[in-house]
Design a protein around this ligand. Structure first.
Ligand code: PXL
Length: 276
């Protein structure tokens, strides 16, 4: 992977979960290691993610986000990219919307983090889907997992046994009706896990299915794709390298460790640092 373009300024609108290695706790170190400047706008502060560590302590504030954006606008700051993810409530989509209005030239990436394994995350209400779909329609790139892709399209998710290269590509192509570029992750294809991309390039890639699953790997993937794209790499190359990085993080996580605490990405961060 190359750094064909200089580092960028990225407004990251995601939650900050303390324990569990997801969202901003992963996105900030990854993008910083890649040389980008990250401006964090937490949608909520949680003690942990919501994937099986009990009821997290939550700090939510309806006024902070909009006030922070106003402050940045007053400072005449511009952002090269607005990268959004988990929203604690559908109303928070307005925050992302406000950022789009303030910085219309920013490259817009939406990770519609709202579910996995065929279900919405338990902390979210069903109306998050239309709020995410509305953002996805304005984005330049969306990064849904299989569950989120079907939620966005409003169609049922087929059985895991039914996936082929063609159906994976068809799913990615259907997402064109929403957004010009998309990468769908987590497609079960036999003993492989597939991800399909669309836009100017169309591709389906497969990697060996690792028999372990962790929260936050979608955030890790999305952060690496974002970092590489903004350095000028092509979508398929960015997706390939991001999948390889996530795979490496999983392989270097102690298999005895509690998976709820996420993958041990920290010792791998040096692999993202570009030495000119
Ligand atoms: O990794 C996605 C994610 C982000 N944010 C919160 C989550 C999850 C997944 O469970 O709970 C709060």
């Amino acid at each position: 992977m190359q750094h064909l373009q200089p580092p960028k300024k990225i407004l990251c609108i995601h939650d900050l979960s303390g324990l569990g290695r997801c969202s901003l706790s992963v996105i900030l170190p990854v993008l910083s290691a890649m040389g980008h400047q990250v401006i964090c706008l937490p949608t909520a502060v949680l003690s942990t993610h919501t994937g099986g560590l009990g009821q997290p302590a939550r700090m939510e504030n309806d006024t902070y986000g909009a006030a922070a954006l106003d402050h940045y606008a007053q400072l005449d700051v511009t952002f090269d990219c607005i990268f959004s993810g988990y929203l604690a409530t559908p109303a928070q989509a307005q925050l992302v919307q406000k950022a789009y209005t303030l910085w219309p030239d920013a490259y817009k990436i939406v990770d519609p983090a709202m579910g996995d394994h065929g279900k919405l995350y338990r902390s979210l209400s069903a109306d998050i889907v239309s709020a995410m779909a509305q953002l996805a329609r304005q984005a330049d790139l969306i990064l849904p997992n299989l569950t989120e892709a079907h939620l966005l399209l409003g169609v049922d998710q087929p059985e895991p046994t039914e996936w082929t290269r063609e159906s994976a590509q068809n799913l990615a192509d259907l997402l064109i009706s929403i957004c010009p570029s998309a990468i769908v992750t987590g497609i079960p294809m036999g003993k492989y896990l597939g991800y399909a991309g669309t836009g100017a390039e169309r591709f389906v890639q497969k990697k060996l299915l690792l028999p372990r699953s962790y929260p936050g790997t979608g955030d890790l993937f999305a952060a690496v794709v974002t970092g590489l794209l903004l350095h000028g790499n092509a979508l398929s190359a960015a997706a390939d390298a991001a999948a390889a990085f996530v795979s490496e993080c999983i392989q270097n996580t102690d298999p005895q460790a509690d998976p709820r605490f996420g993958v041990w990405f920290e010792p791998q961060l040096n692999k993202l640092i570009f030495h000119a």
